[in-house]
Design a protein. Structure first.
Length: 280
């Protein structure tokens, strides 16, 4: 994770944290081990997100795996990753601008071998534990809404929660937005849902098999590949549904911030501006 990407994300994340004293004032003995800084914990959590390894693998002398689990559980319960994702989308909208000319929605199934609240039998992996991620993107492929569910859930029931999550993160959409969907959403229920919301739609009907590059759905497929670059999302080992959503929104915040930096390099300058064209 390059510092030009990690630093601005942590600055926004740190602003969302409630102030905590380094030493708890109500301790009966008056002193105990100092609280581990949030920056140390955040960097180890990012390592777990990128590499997909367990907390025992990324823990070190500065921070134990039990502290990582406890801090992730608390941050996920507070919904900090969702707020961070919303801040990243707001910054991208103000500097670059979200493009709602074509919104694409699609699902992606990944592994969840440890089970949990968001795991179910995968229909594409011999009914092993799997996680489904329903994602909505704008025309440039920026993730504006993400919802998690067991792998055996159909894409169609997840369409409405995904649209609700997207509008919650970005605010009301401009009129005349067209939603692009694949054949999994070919149903009368989909047409009624989108028409009721005042949205247009382009659905790949059953029996049609146009290449993805000839449709407007290729950007959500590309964003799914961006999200799958994070090992934690390819193989989710956490069982708590809040923690699963925490990692999904944290990865979406990184994807959005990376796209923001790449676009802003051509129009803006700042002291920590990266010198490379590609953020590795």
């Amino acid at each position: 994770m390059p510092s030009s990407l990690l630093e601005p994300v942590f600055v926004q994340f740190e602003a969302l944290l409630a102030p905590r004293a380094a030493v708890h004032p109500d301790h009966p003995l008056g002193c105990h081990r100092r609280r581990i800084p949030d920056r140390v914990v955040f960097e180890l959590i990012v390592l777990a997100l990128v590499y997909g390894c367990g907390y025992e693998r990324v823990a070190n002398r500065q921070c134990s795996d039990r502290t990582l689990r406890r801090r992730v559980r608390q941050w996920a319960k507070d919904g900090l990753a969702q707020q961070l994702h919303a801040l990243a989308l707001d910054a991208y909208d103000r500097i670059v601008g979200l493009d709602f000319d074509a919104v694409a929605v699609d699902g992606c199934i990944t592994k969840a071998p440890c089970g949990g609240a968001k795991a179910g039998p995968s229909p594409v992996d011999r009914r092993k534990g799997g996680l489904k991620r329903s994602l909505a993107t704008d025309t440039a492929g920026i993730p504006i809404g993400v919802v998690s569910a067991p792998a055996n859930r159909h894409d169609l029931p997840l369409l409405e929660p995904t649209l609700d999550a997207a509008t919650t993160q970005t605010g009301p959409w401009p009129p005349g937005v067209t939603v692009h969907l694949d054949a999994a959403y070919d149903a009368h229920k989909t047409q009624v849902l989108l028409t009721t919301r005042g949205l247009r739609y382009e659905i790949t009907w059953h029996g049609e098999h146009p290449p993805v590059k000839f449709t407007r759905r290729w950007m959500v497929e590309r964003t799914h590949s961006w999200m799958n670059a994070y090992g934690r999302l390819r193989r989710m080992t956490d069982k708590d549904g809040d923690i699963v959503d925490f990692y999904l929104h944290l990865a979406a915040a990184f994807v959005t911030t990376r796209a923001l930096i790449r676009h802003a390099r051509k129009t803006h300058r700042w002291p920590s501006r990266p010198t490379t064209r590609r953020l590795k």
